[in-house]
Design a protein around this ligand. Structure first.
Ligand code: PLP
Length: 384
């Protein structure tokens, strides 16, 4: 396909009409295996669902096109994508440098699942170049970051970290879940891999779990594909299809998520109930300029610190209505969560622990005046 702009690629890449029937939408190939024309006579390389499936292939083509990658692999969840990437590249004795604000499950995977197999992880403040340099060891193989990060919306200068990583012979992995490729394309800024929880903005409708690894070059494709094939954490055909459908509206959804979150961040900035507003679209955010340079919008995620502390934060998340109390993010409907006990419970007592007064909002695409009214009534109930 010629190089079309993002919104066009999101709708057309990997989505050619069915050549047999002309069906405008590629079918869901709900099959576990493929008939062979003689032993090893595979039709278009398809053999068995764990090694490949046409619906998954169409999602993978779409994902690679969106991130500007050479290829992509689609997994059963974001964490299984992360796991395949890490085990495909690392060996016992290797070391990972992890940004100090990331999804709790990523920290748990590295420190609880992979550490017993000999992978070491340290966390580092990625705004501090000297701290990064000091943390790099001879065994370090990967720098792993999120920007904006989960849940404190820290911004990391991807191009700067890519330069540091490559000068030291390291691989840079960027978890692009919060921004989505509609707002930020890390491979174009020097990252080697992008990972996603496609459960979030890419799927976009809170109806599917999935993950992806997108490759900036071919170097590690076979190793990571092998992990996927040998372990089997593939996305199911229906899940892959739902994700391709969600992606087609990603560009318009992200515009509205960003517009709504910006309005809520500005509203919250003036309120005495909040001691902190974590949103990179605010000019007061320490990462605002970097975010403005490397993103085309600031996204739909926003965190707030309650001035009255942890009990007020818990009470607030239990008293909103349109903002439903739930794990996850990135759907069209607004969600609210209490990271210290929910998404980030696994990092309590670690260097990644989330302050007790922080709540996290996944701002949906409802009418923003309804959303603000909901937050106002939630605050009023807490204050009572
Ligand atoms: N990365 C980020 C930034 C996340 O927020 C999450 C889940 O919340 C994941 C990865 C893991 O994805 P999944 O829940 O699809 O395994």
């Amino acid at each position: 396909m010629p190089e079309h702009s993002f919104a066009t690629r999101a709708i057309h890449a990997g989505q050619a009409a069915d050549p047999v029937t002309g069906a405008i939408i590629p079918p869901i190939y709900q099959a576990s295996t493929h008939v062979q024309d003689g032993v090893g006579g595979l039709r278009q390389g398809y053999e068995y669902n764990r090694s490949g499936n046409p619906t998954r292939s169409s999602l993978e083509t779409q994902l690679a096109a969106l991130e500007g990658g050479v290829s992509a692999l689609s997994f059963a969840s974001g964490l299984s994508a992360e796991d395949a990437l890490l085990r495909g590249i690392l060996k016992p004795g290797d070391h990972v440098l992890l940004g100090n604000d990331v999804y709790g499950g990523t920290y748990r995977l590295l420190t609880k699942v992979l550490a017993p197999w000999g992978i070491e992880t340290t966390t580092v403040e990625l705004a501090d170049v000297e701290a990064i340099q000091a943390a790099i060891r001879p065994e370090t193989k990967i720098i792993w970051l999120e920007t904006p990060s989960n849940p404190l919306l820290k911004i990391v200068d991807i191009a700067q970290i890519a330069e540091i990583a490559h000068a030291a012979g390291l691989i840079l992995v960027v978890d692009n879940t919060f921004a989505s490729p509609a707002l930020q394309q890390p491979l174009s800024l020097g990252a080697d891999f992008v990972v996603h929880s496609t459960t979030k903005y890419l799927g976009g409708h809170s109806d599917v779990l999935g993950g992806a690894v997108v490759f900036g070059d071919d170097r590690h494709y076979e190793q990571i594909k092998f992990q996927q094939f040998a372990v089997g954490a593939v996305s199911a055909p229906l899940d892959a299809w739902l994700t391709t459908r969600g992606i087609k509206t990603l560009a318009v959804r992200m515009r509205q998520h960003s517009e709504n979150a910006q309005a809520i961040a500005e509203w919250a900035t003036g309120r005495p109930e909040f001691s902190e507003v974590f949103y990179p679209g605010l000019s007061s955010h320490p990462g605002h300029e970097v975010a403005a340079a490397q993103m085309s919008g600031f996204g739909g995620m926003l965190s707030l610190g309650l001035a009255a502390g942890g009990d007020a934060a818990r009470a607030f998340v239990e008293n909103t209505e349109l903002f439903q109390l739930a794990e996850s993010l990135g759907g069209v409907e607004s969600l609210i969560g209490y990271p210290p006990d929910m998404t980030h419970a696994s990092v309590r007592g670690t260097p990644l622990a989330v302050p007790e007064n922080v709540v996290r909002l996944s701002v949906g695409i409802e009418d923003v005046s309804d959303l603000i009214a909901d937050l106002e009534q939630g605050l009023a109930r807490v204050g009572r």
